[in-house]
Design a protein around this ligand. Structure first.
Ligand code: HEM
Length: 437
C-alpha cells in the first residue's frame, strides 16, 4: 500500500508534468489540486511510520529507495559518482535522445573529462562569469524588446516571456548570430519530447545529427562573448565530446525561465522587495561586475536570493536520482547494487514539521554560507554532481529580474501571499500588468 501511495502521490506528479519538456496543461492540473503538497504530506506520513528510513519501494522491475533524512541526502549526493552514480537508468533513457555523451549520463570514467569541461566553460566557481558583460547587454536588449511588446498589450504573460527567453538563451549560449535560429530550439524540443517517454520512444537519430551539427556550426563560429566561444577554446581531452555538453545547457535554461518568472511573482508580491532589487541595480549598475569587475557574492543579492527561493519553493528538479553501483550499508539494512535512490526535493524544501520558513518567502535563508549541517536545500543537487551552471543561472536570472523591474512598474494580476505560498505554482498562468515608471 505504501508503495502504491508513493507512486501515486510522489513519483507520478513529475512524470505527468513532463520530466524533460513540461506539459503546461498537466502543470495547471497539478496546481489545481496542489499535487506537490500532497507529495510532501505523503513523505511526512512515511517518516512518521518508518522513521529516518530510507524506505525501499516494491515496484516491479525496479528497486527504488526513497530518502527521508537530510543526512542521507548529503551522503548520497557527496558519495558520487561511486557508489551513487548520477547517470541513473531513468536519466539515461530520457537524455540519450539528445545528449548520449552528456556529462550527466556518463560513466564515472567518462565523467573525469566531461564534468571538468562543463565546469571550465560555465565557470562554476565564479559568481560572475567572465562573459557577464555580453550576457548583461543581451539581457537588457531582449527585456526592452519584451517590455515594448507588453506596452502594447498592457500585460506580460508567459507566451511573450518564453519567446524572449529562447532568443536570449540562444544568444548567450551559441552567439547573437543564433538569436533567431528557432530551428535549433525546435529540434531540441522535439528530441526532448521523446525524452518524456524515455525508453518507450524510438530515437530520432536524423534529427539529433542535424541538431548536433548545428551546435558544431556555432562552436566553429565561436562568436566572442558566447559560451560556444568558450567551448571552442577550452582544452578537451579525448572522449570529452564538447558539443554534446551543450544540449544540457540549452535544455536546463528552461528550468531557469520558470524559476525566474515565479521569482518575479514573489518579488512584486512581497512588500518592499521590488524597490530593494531596483536599488541593488542602482548601487552596482547592471554591468559593474563585468569581466574585470568584482566577483563577490554581493552581486544583486536579493534578486539572486529570490531566484533561490523560487527554486526552493517550487523545485524545477523535484526528483534527484542516483543509481547505486555497489552494495551500501544503511541504518536499517543493505541496499544492493543496481538500485535507484530518490531524493524528492519538495519534501526537504517544504517540510513544515522541521523548517519554520517552509511556506514563506524567506530570502534570508540564502544570505549565509551553507554547509551539510544546515537543512538540505538542494535546488541544484549537491556534491560532485551539483549543477555546474548554478552561477550562470543566478547571474542571468537576477539580471533579467533587475532589468524588468528597472524598466517598468510591474504588478501581479493575482498577487501571491508571500507568508503562505502554495505547494504547486504553474509559471504558465502567471500574468503581470506593466506600466512605464
Ligand atoms: C534553474 C535552473 C537550473 C536548475 C534548478 C538546475 C539544477 C540542476 C540539477 C539539480 C542538476 C543535477 C541533476 C542530478 O543530480 O541528477 C543539474 C545538473 C547539471 N546542470 Fe543544471 N540546473 C539549472 C540550469 C542549468 C544551466 C542554465 C546550465 C548550463 C548553462 C546547467 C548545467 C548543468 C549541467 C552541465 C549538469 C550536469 C552536471 C553533471 O553531469 O555532473 N544547469 N542541474
Amino acid at each position: 500500500m505504501d508503495s502504491l501511495r508513493v507512486l501515486g502521490r510522489v513519483l507520478l506528479s513529475p512524470v505527468l508534468k513532463g520530466p524533460i519538456v513540461r506539459r503546461p496543461a498537466m502543470v495547471g492540473a497539478a496546481e489545481s489540486i496542489d499535487l506537490d503538497s500532497a507529495g510532501v504530506a505523503e513523505m511526512q506520513r512515511l517518516r512518521s511510520r518508518h522513521g529516518a528510513g530510507p524506505v525501499q519501494l516494491g515496484i516491479p522491475g525496479r528497486r527504488l529507495a526513497l530518502l527521508l533524512d537530510p543526512e542521507d541526502v548529503h551522503r548520497v549526493l557527496n558519495e558520487g559518482p561511486e557508489p551513487f552514480s548520477p547517470a541513473s537508468l531513468e536519466k539515461r533513457g530520457a537524455l540519450n535522445h539528445f545528449e548520449p555523451s552528456g556529462s550527466l549520463v556518463s560513466t564515472p570514467q567518462q565523467r573525469l573529462t566531461r564534468r571538468p569541461f562543463n565546469e571550465q566553460v560555465l565557470q562554476t566557481d565564479r559568481p560572475v562569469h567572465r562573459h557577464a558583460e555580453t550576457m548583461t547587454a543581451i539581457i537588457a536588449e531582449e527585456v526592452s524588446a519584451l517590455l515594448g511588446h507588453a506596452d502594447f498589450t498592457g500585460a506580460l504573460d508567459w507566451d511573450g516571456f518564453a519567446v524572449m527567453w529562447q532568443r536570449m538563451v540562444r544568444s548567450i549560449v551559441l552567439g547573437q548570430g543564433a538569436r533567431d535560429d528557432d530551428q535549433v530550439t525546435d529540434d531540441l524540443r522535439r528530441l526532448r519530447a521523446r525524452g518524456n517517454f524515455s525508453y518507450l520512444a524510438p530515437q530520432d537519430r536524423g534529427r539529433r545529427e542535424r541538431f548536433l551539427g548545428r551546435l558544431q556550426h556555432y562552436v566553429d563560429r565561436a562568436e566572442p562573448g558566447s559560451l560556444a566561444a568558450m567551448v571552442a577554446r577550452t582544452p578537451a581531452p579525448e572522449g570529452t565530446e564538447p558539443v554534446q555538453q551543450i544540449p544540457q545547457w540549452l535544455f536546463a535554461f528552461d528550468a531557469e525561465s520558470w524559476a525566474t518568472f515565479r521569482a518575479l511573482a514573489l518579488l512584486v508580491s512581497h512588500p518592499g522587495a521590488e524597490d530593494q532589487v531596483r536599488s541593488e541595480l542602482g548601487q552596482q549598475g547592471p554591468t559593474s561586475a563585468g569581466p574585470a569587475g568584482p566577483c563577490g557574492p554581493r552581486d544583486q543579492p536579493l534578486a539572486r536570493a529570490a531566484v533561490l527561493e523560487s527554486l526552493r519553493l517550487w523545485p524545477t528538479t523535484p526528483l534527484i536520482l542516483r543509481d547505486s553501483t555497489a552494495d551500501t550499508a544503511w541504518r536499517n539494512g543493505t541496499l544492493p547494487a543496481g538500485a535507484g535512490v530518490v531524493v524528492f526535493a519538495p519534501f526537504f524544501h517544504r517540510d513544515d514539521q522541521t523548517l519554520p520558513e517552509a511556506h514563506r518567502f524567506s530570502p534570508e535563508l540564502w544570505s549565509g554560507d551553507r554547509d551539510d549541517s544546515d537543512w538540505p536545500l538542494v535546488p541544484f543537487s549537491g556534491g560532485p554532481g551539483m549543477c555546474p551552471g548554478r552561477n550562470v543561472v543566478l547571474l542571468t536570472a537576477s539580471r533579467v529580474l533587475g532589468e524588468l523591474l528597472r524598466q517598468r512598474e510591474i504588478t501581479a494580476a493575482e498577487p501571491l501571499d508571500t507568508r503562505r505560498l502554495p505547494g504547486t505554482l504553474s509559471p504558465f498562468h502567471l500574468r503581470f500588468a506593466v506600466r512605464r515608471s
